[in-house]
Design a protein. Structure first.
Length: 440
């Protein structure tokens, strides 16, 4: 290959260098170039090792192929009709009426070694199709054998075929419709804004009071960079109502935390423990987020079926590209919390300066991770940056009265209750993960 290339370079430079070379040599060089190009092109084509077929065999094969296409075509037409008929109505029974039009719909079918994926989206969301293609081809290495879309009014019908044996995910038993949609959803919403903003610093002028100027309704008026707090469509917290929950199985999140030096400080509106060393990471699908800090809100910010709990812990993680992923853990009054017990001395004397806590092991923030909610939202304090991947753990943990009191005493006056009211979901999907459910 190298020698061929050298030869080509040489012949190229020869032609361009010398005007005295006669036409024959130019012709010869051109032929050499064409030959080299054509052999390079040939090398790019897939190699077929099959022996050439006789003419009758070829005709048989062609007839079979056409038959197969016809069967597929009929199936797809049928599917298309069904999807068009149920596209929005099947979802409106459980979800907000304004939502279904925007929600994409997906169905997966396995025929022989081919996986047929049917997707219906609105025109504005047709890029979900490309997200799904990239999930399949980039991450599972699947060979996409067909991809096509057709638009009828505001609706786009997509079809995608991929070879099952190529899929790392295995057969469709491991690629569930909801999973693919979830992947696509994460991609859509997380791509809206890369979260570069940090949470608000201390001495923040915003409050949690019912005050149209400084309270949650007026946060966007306090600072021009906080507009999204009141104008955004992906704000947090939200109510994690069952009606908006989809049952889905997901293996694709991992926490690998480790002990690291940490400090504690009063940020005015909350108390924060911030890790100074490498405290490990959270992996959601293949995206990695480093654990940066944790802080508390009381009462809880997220509600479940309208129920507000006594406390919510936020573990804030950031990716190398500036994306934010937050884990929310809910607490109700009961037994003391192990992690806070260790921090109690530090909490009592916490101030505006960072106070050294020594080594703090994030693994002592114990919570069950089997069942959880996931959605795309925002930071719950200004600048309310959107695109945050939220994971709210289903299992409610306990905290003692003394511990809540210690947390409330540690913040500035007026911030004893520091939870933002729930925000409109604006049709965002909220996913509920349950390991007992394999497929839905
Ligand atoms: Zn928070």
């Amino acid at each position: 290959m190298t020698t061929k290339k050298n030869k080509m370079d040489q012949s190229l430079s020869n032609t361009s260098q010398s005007r005295s070379v006669d036409r024959k040599t130019i012709e010869k060089n051109r032929r050499i170039q064409m030959k080299a190009l054509s052999s390079e092109l040939n090398a790019l084509l897939p190699q077929t090792s099959r022996a050439p077929l006789t003419l009758p065999d070829q005709l048989d094969e062609a007839a079979n192929y056409i038959k197969k296409l016809q069967v597929n075509m009929e199936k797809m037409t049928e599917r298309k009709r069904k999807l068009a008929a149920t596209g929005s109505s099947s979802m409106s029974s459980s979800v907000d009426v304004s939502v279904p039009k925007r929600l994409p719909k997906i169905e997966i079918q396995e025929t022989g070694s081919i996986l047929h994926i049917f997707l219906v989206t609105s025109v504005e969301h047709k890029f979900i199709f490309y997200e799904i293609i990239s999930v399949l081809s980039d991450e599972s290495g699947a060979e996409i054998t067909h991809a096509g879309s057709s638009t009828v009014d505001d609706t786009v019908f997509h079809t995608l075929h991929c070879k099952v044996e190529d899929c790392d995910y295995g057969a469709s038993s491991r690629i569930s419709e909801t999973q693919l949609l979830h992947f696509a959803g994460i991609a859509i919403y997380a791509s809206i804004s890369l979260a570069n903003d940090a949470e608000a610093d201390d001495e923040t002028p915003f409050t949690y009071e019912q005050n149209p100027e400084k309270g949650p309704e007026g946060w966007s008026k306090i600072n021009p960079h906080w507009k999204v707090c009141n104008n955004g469509k992906l704000q947090s917290p939200i109510d994690l109502t069952n009606a908006r929950v989809s049952l889905i199985h997901d293996e694709a999140w991992r926490r690998e935390y480790k002990p690291a030096p940490a400090v504690i400080m009063n940020r005015g509106h909350d108390v924060m423990v911030s890790w100074k060393g490498d405290a490990g990471k959270l992996t959601i699908r293949e995206m990695e987020f480093k654990l940066v800090q944790c802080h508390w809100h009381s009462p809880s910010e997220h509600t479940v079926n309208g129920t507000r709990y006594d406390l919510e812990l936020h573990m804030v993680h950031t990716s190398a590209r500036g994306r934010i992923a937050v884990i929310g853990v809910l607490y109700k009054l009961g037994k003391p919390n192990e992690f806070l017990t260790r921090l109690l001395d530090g909490l009592k004397t916490v101030g505006k300066e960072e106070k050294d806590l020594g080594i703090v092991d994030p693994r002592t923030i114990r919570f069950q991770t089997k069942k959880f909610y996931r959605y795309i939202g925002s930071l719950t304090v200004p600048p309310c940056t959107e695109g945050v991947i939220w994971t709210v753990v289903k299992r409610v943990n306990t905290i003692s009265v003394e511990q809540i009191a210690a947390l409330r005493n540690a913040v500035d006056d007026g911030y004893e209750t520091n939870s933002r009211p729930v925000q409109d979901t604006n049709g965002r999907p909220v996913w509920f993960f349950d390991p007992n459910i394999i497929r839905v």
